[in-house]
Write a protein that binds this ligand. Structure first.
Ligand SMILES: Nc1ncnc2c1ncn2[C@@H]1O[C@H](COP(=O)(O)OP(=O)(O)OP(=O)(O)O)[C@@H](O)[C@H]1O
Ligand SMILES: [Mg+2]
Length: 308
């Protein structure tokens, strides 16, 4: 007799069918849950919350519920964000989304703009920088700023760097002042190029050299934080590479916040990235994660070039 090969009985078939049906129910329910949680995530952002790790332990700077208005127009909407010690944080996002506005809040540079109002709380090393008694001159030395267009003073290279330490009374003698000028120019990677021309005007340098001179001027007054608003946008690729290398070296000593329109630059220089859209902080996280696995659709649209 020919041996009977196993053949599914009716009851086997119906058990298989039931198991498959249950599995497809489970899959559908998992899928529904994933869709609902994604929708909730999107909704919550419409609701002003930020996706990702906006807070860090023991931050150097902390912003809580920061709103900024220019007259009637709200440029920053309920932004909460921490900036850690010795990190480079990039601000990215389409033009007009509020990157420069928030950056300027961090050393009260917005105070100089008529009609600009800042609400919420911004702390530097646990002290609220918007309290009435805070003197903005030492604050702006602690939180220095480097602008998009290099802006050396109409003075010699030496005087550009010596100016800050002199007005802040950081040195007692000429020798001490000369030491600060040299060490600041060395840290800014400019000393070897200018040491024989210290009495030449700062404006006689190339654009990239001028930007490094401005960085030397900023670090000459012992800042804790350096804010940079598109510091390389007026520079060629070689000068840009020098500034980027410098940013990496400066991170050992300072906290740096950089606004950039170049996602490649953000990826090269920063450890964390914050993405802004229409005045809101949409997403913040490790730079690699934000660029490779963005959590929010708007971030994804921006980094993949569908928007901005
Ligand atoms: N001094 C000002 N007075 C009135 N409105 C301003 C002022 N500065 C900025 N704004 C407005 O605030 C919003 C945010 O501007 P902000 O300059 O911060 O954007 P941004 O992200 O830095 O843009 P960009 O990438 O073009 O530099 C914009 O709508 C802008 O028009
Ligand atoms: Mg700007």
């Amino acid at each position: 007799m020919t041996p009977t090969l196993y053949s599914a009985s009716d009851s086997d078939v119906s058990m298989n069918y039931d198991a498959q049906k249950q599995k497809s129910h489970r899959d559908a329910s998992r899928l529904r849950k994933r869709i609902f949680s994604a929708v909730r995530e999107q909704d919550s952002v419409e609701d002003d919350s930020t996706v990702g790790n906006w807070s860090v332990p023991a931050p150097r700077i902390s912003c809580r519920n920061v709103d900024v208005n220019y007259g009637e127009k709200q440029a920053i909407k309920r932004v909460s964000l921490d900036i850690a010690h010795n990190e480079v944080l990039s601000f990215i996002g389409p033009s007009g989304c509020g990157k420069s506005t928030l950056l300027r809040c961090l050393n009260r540079m917005n105070d100089t703009i008529p009609g600009c109002r800042v609400n919420g709380e911004i702390k530097l090393d646990d002290e609220d920088i918007y309290l009435n008694h805070i003197d903005v001159v030492p604050l702006r030395a602690k939180v220095g700023m480097v602008f998009q267009k290099p802006n050396p003073f109409p003075k010699s290279i030496f005087e550009n760097v010596a100016y800050g330490p002199r007005i802040h009374g950081l040195t007692a003698t000429k020798d001490e002042l000369a030491e600060i000028v040299e060490s600041s120019l060395r840290r800014a990677g400019l000393w070897e190029e200018v040491k024989d021309y210290l009495d030449h005007p700062g404006t006689s340098l190339s654009g990239g050299q001028q930007q490094r001179l401005c960085i030397a001027r900023t670090i000459a007054v012992n800042p804790e934080v350096i804010l940079m608003d598109e510091p390389c946008s007026a520079l060629d690729p070689i000068a840009t590479a020098k500034i980027e290398q410098l940013i990496d070296e400066l991170r050992e000593q300072y906290t740096i916040v950089i606004v950039t329109h170049s996602m490649q630059q953000a990826a090269r220089v920063s450890q964390r990235t914050a993405y802004f859209h229409l005045g809101k902080l949409i997403e913040v996280g490790d730079t690699a994660s934000v660029f490779t696995k963005p959590l929010h659709r708007l971030t994804d649209d921006y980094i993949s070039g569908r928007f901005g």
